[in-house]
Design a protein around this ligand. Structure first.
Ligand SMILES: NC(=O)c1ccc[n+]([C@@H]2O[C@H](COP(=O)([O-])OP(=O)(O)OC[C@H]3O[C@@H](n4cnc5c(N)ncnc54)[C@H](O)[C@@H]3O)[C@@H](O)[C@H]2O)c1
Length: 251
């Protein structure tokens, strides 16, 4: 039996990197996937790759997570095409380098808009669909940067910490309301996707790897296995938890 057979997953930021990997791994285990991204060409590529293996399992949707109207339209379309939404993966995110003296207020706002406010509004708008499709699972992609700070990551640290705590608040509300809707966060360490390219300026991952006890960067699948577990009913007793997929770095 496939691990997420019958699940209908809405994945933001699915054009590349982790989101594209989640789409492939969930579809390989029986889910239907709606791949949304502001980069619609990339989202279409992800969906096409999935559909090549599993015909009709994926759709691509143009979607800017900072736009409330986009969320309304994208969720309605995914619900129509997939026949429901039972998994929401809030994955779209951006980073920014800057410390308290150098970071601009504009960047601060942009990072919080994309990484935090989008999860608030998107999850709020997804709740009616998730309630209709219980058991349901919300998976928020935070970061180890939401748990431990770096002097040059002020906006990203604050945003990802907000995602961590917002996750718990959503989870507790759902539990108290008697909904079978779980909500958990994943906290990856540096993982080989386009977002870390600016940190590999000389083409070497040495500086990043030497901080990680397991002595390598994460691969998208390392994070994908956690998302797969949380999307599946294997994690039915797991809510309000944070999953550090970090090669030991936060220890
Ligand atoms: N790769 C890592 O090292 C790492 C580590 C910790 C956390 N994360 C988090 O994982 C998530 C995925 O990151 P990734 O590594 O795949 O990065 P990525 O840059 O490869 O992919 C991010 C995707 O989000 C999309 N996106 C950006 N802004 C958007 C918007 N406004 N609306 C819709 N889509 C938008 C981009 O088009 C892109 O396809 C992010 O939340 C990131 O912060 C990544």
């Amino acid at each position: 039996m496939a691990r997420v057979a019958g699940k209908k997953a809405f994945i933001t930021g699915g054009a590349q990197g982790l989101g594209a990997c989640f789409a492939r791994m969930l579809a390989d285990e029986g889910a239907k996937v709606a791949v949304s991204d502001v980069n619609i060409d990339g989202a279409r590529e992800t969906a096409a790759a999935v559909n090549e293996k599993h015909a009709g399992a994926a759709i691509a949707i143009a979607h800017d997570v900072t736009e409330k109207d986009d969320w309304e339209r994208a969720l309605a379309e995914a619900n129509d095409v997939m026949g429901g939404i039972s998994v929401l993966i809030n994955n779209a995110g951006i980073g920014s380098f800057g410390n308290i003296e150098t970071e601009s207020f504009e960047n601060w706002r942009r990072v919080n808009d994309v990484d935090v406010d989008s999860i608030f509004i998107g999850t709020q708008l997804a709740m009616p669909y998730l309630k209709e499709n219980q058991p349901a699972s919300i998976i928020n992609i935070s970061s180890v940067a939401g748990l431990v700070a770096d002097g040059n990551f002020i906006a990203y640290n604050a945003a990802k910490a907000a995602v961590w705590m917002m996750t718990k608040s959503i989870a507790l509300h759902c539990a108290r309301s008697g909904y079978d809707i779980r909500c958990n966060s994943i906290h990856p360490v540096f993982t080989r996707t386009p977002i870390i390219e600016p940190m590999l300026k000389d083409g070497s991952d040495h500086k990043l790897v030497r901080q990680i006890p397991l002595k390598r960067l994460g691969e998208p699948e390392d994070i994908g296995y956690c998302a797969l577990y949380l999307a599946s009913d294997e994690s039915r007793f797991v809510t309000a938890s944070e999953f550090k997929i970090d090669g030991g770095i936060t220890a």
